[in-house]
Design a protein around this ligand. Structure first.
Ligand code: NAD
Ligand code: UDP
Length: 352
């Protein structure tokens, strides 16, 4: 049974990814500083898996990946217990794009320095398999065709720049050590929704900036109105188009990427993780209202600085390489996201 280190494992994508990993028979070591999440998500993951879960399969260490003695102790402990860490899925980092414009140094420090600390410890303990959470925000999307992995890289924010820097660090690490590393940079598009149980979901500790959690908060009356940023974009309804992917499809893609790396020769691979389907802001709002039979009042406002009209993945490399296909459609994303929101209007705060 392979022991996989999940950095940022109590967060939104991390907690959902734990489910298929445990179902596939991996043992998990989770590290999280709780800067944007709650360890309650781990209890909920256990609840979702119920009888199929043995407590010993998850070990959780609260802490920061930039704390090198702490990180080293996690690798050492796993080694001493004869369950060495054999792979890493690296989610830990700060992710609010607009905040990164205001606090760029926090982003460079947490994301880039944190990743360097992690890679150094991996080297020290002979673990050379890593799946990294990259982002579609690294691309310069100037056209209306789906983005390929080979499309131009030119991030417009410090957040995106940190993701490029980490990909570059991983690339030079790969090149420097006689190609002994197995590395997958997963460039996510727009993950939304929640696990179908409604027990875990997106739990931002601050006011959300992303469209889907804001729609949920408008629908349950916590925010008055959704501001739609621009209705004069050159798209079919004037609002921006994105590639929304169900969080559990994204979780499955991580599992598939890890399996792929562990079964194949050392390599570094970049993969777009999206559905390849474009949805406008208005499409998403209308779908959410229809599927959930609720109201999402909105008004049009100014374009958001730095927005782009069309960001959709060409996911052919992903589907061909991993044999992965998205299984859940926009209806399911809206239904599951709303279920989580209705059951947990304040996220994990109310749960003890
Ligand atoms: P999240 O904030 O829910 O999860 C990140 C987790 O990392 C949190 O639990 C946080 O507490 C933890 N963390 C942050 N800094 C840490 C540190 N220095 N040490 C230890 N733990 C730390 O965000 P998410 O949506 O689950 O995103 C996971 C990863 O995916 C991030 O790297 C993010 O940049 C990337 N990503 C997310 C999206 C998205 O839309 N959600 C899109 C593209 C890429
Ligand atoms: N958006 C919006 N109102 C909001 C938040 C987002 O109209 O309050 C729009 C935003 O302009 C973008 C789309 O929704 O076109 C998705 O935004 P999000 O921040 O979720 O993802 P990203 O733009 O980073 O892909």
């Amino acid at each position: 049974m392979k022991n996989i280190l999940i950095t940022g494992g109590t967060g939104y994508i991390g907690s959902h990814t734990c489910i298929p990993l445990l179902e596939k028979g991996y043992r998990l070591t989770i590290i999280d500083s709780s800067v944007n999440s709650s360890p309650i998500s781990i209890l909920k993951v256990k609840e979702i898996l119920k009888d199929n879960f043995k407590d010993e399969l998850i070990t959780y260490y609260p802490g920061d990946i930039r704390d090198k003695p702490f990180l080293s102790s996690v690798f050492l402990k796993a080694k001493e217990l004869k369950k060495p860490i054999q792979g890493v899925i690296h989610f830990a980092g700060l992710k609010a794009v607009s905040e990164s414009l205001l606090k760029p140094l926090d982003y460079w420090h947490s994301n880039v320095y944190g990743s360097i600390c992690l890679i150094e410890e991996m080297l020290k303990y002979g673990c050379r398999n890593i799946v990294f959470s990259s982002s579609a925000s690294i691309y310069e999307s100037s056209s209306f065709i789906p983005i390929l992995e080979s499309s131009k890289i030119n991030p417009s924010t410090p957040y995106g720049q940190t993701k490029v820097a980490i990909e570059n660090i991983l690339y030079s690490t790969f090149k420097s050590s006689k190609n002994s590393w197995r590395i997958a940079n997963l460039r996510y598009f727009n993950p939304i929704g929640a696990h179908e149980s409604g027990l875990i979901g997106e739990n931002p500790l601050d006011i959300p900036n992303n469209l889907f959690p804001i729609i949920c908060k408008v629908a349950n009356g916590k925010i008055d109105k959704l501001k739609i940023f621009g209705n004069d974009w050159p798209t079919y309804d004037g609002t921006c188009i994105r590639d929304y992917i169900h969080i559990m499809d994204l979780a499955d893609a991580h599992c598939a990427a890890l399996d792929f790396l562990l079964k194949n020769e050392p390599q570094i691979i970049n993969l777009n993780v999206g559905t390849g389907i474009g949805t406008s802001v208005l499409d998403l709002v209308n779908k959410f209202m229809k599927v959930n039979d609720c109201k999402v009042p909105y008004k049009f406002s100014e374009r958001r600085k730095g927005d782009l009209p069309f960001i959709v993945a060409d996911n052919q490399k992903l589907t061909a390489t991993l044999g992965w296909q998205p299984k859940r459609n926009l209806n399911q994303m809206c239904k599951d996201g709303w279920k989580w929101q209705m059951a947990n209007p304040n996220g994990f705060i109310d749960i003890n």
